[in-house]
Design a protein around this ligand. Sequence first.
Ligand SMILES: Nc1nc2c(ncn2[C@@H]2O[C@H](COP(=O)(O)OP(=O)(O)OP(=O)(O)O)[C@@H](O)[C@H]2O)c(=O)[nH]1
Length: 295
Amino acid sequence: MPVEDAQIEQAIQHLDGAKRSHFLWTQRLLRLALLGGEPQADLLAVDAAQRCAFGHWLTHEAGLLAQVAPEVHRQLCELHGQMHGAAREVGLSILARQVAPAALDAFEQLQERLIGLIDAGRMRLLEVQNLKNLHDPLTGLPQRRLLQDAFGQFRKRCQRDGRQPFLAMIDLDRFKSINDRFGHGIGDRALCHMVDTLSAVLREDEALFRFGGEEFVQLIAARDGREAACAVRRGLERLRHAPLALPDGGQLQMTLTAGLVAVGEQEGLDEALARADAALYRGKQDGRDRCVLAV
Ligand SMILES: Nc1nc2c(ncn2[C@@H]2O[C@H](COP(=O)(O)OP(=O)(O)OP(=O)(O)O)[C@@H](O)[C@H]2O)c(=O)[nH]1
């Protein structure tokens, strides 16, 4: 199920609110100890953890947290109950005017662990949010912004493995006419179908990125140009034989054109992309449905 930004932000807000409200518990206990007086009912209630807004959220509404950080969620539920129990013990010992260092120790430790867990859950939610923003919501592929980092790591890996780095710019042919003829909904499905088809033939050390619009970038580690071109053509070939099934029972045949370059030792990403784009352009000029290896 796709995670909405608003869901993530709401979960983070609840965790921030919980930190503040549990800090207030300490203040209330301190006031009670120093000034005396009647504690508020919720402090001493046996079901304080359920009455607490955070407890309610944890039990009934924290589905996203449970999904992305199940262990943190499980421990939070457990510790939250224990912490309220310990706060109750401290409250009762203050009222009874009995010094209870063990109850205070337990409360402090549980409070500290609870805050640590809240921070861990918050961090995980932020990671999910960051990753989500770096991936294309339509196809799920990493976007252009992730390419720079991945390219650097890819080159190092190639060097270590004694292979040559290649980069291919891949573009769906006559995609505008698919949109014009069938509408953008089918256009979107065509893009997803293309990505699924290419992903199915990608090797472990190959990566695919959505560069923008209907343009994709594939990174390939190979012994030589022939092997790299074979890897790209494998995807082209697979898509050629895997038409998209249309709702009216028809089939949509799609083809791809790719521009492939061997990345030079001193060559930067932008330079390699520009050369791959020029090779792609030549492929389009020469009739599409092909992979052109730049010489
Ligand atoms: N449905 C849909 N269309 C998109 C998306 N991104 C880009 N497009 C469309 O992709 C089309 C690209 O058209 P052109 O650049 O003219 O290329 P083309 O029709 O594929 O022609 P050639 O590349 O020359 O084969 C445009 O109509 C864009 O609106 C998307 O995410 N979804």
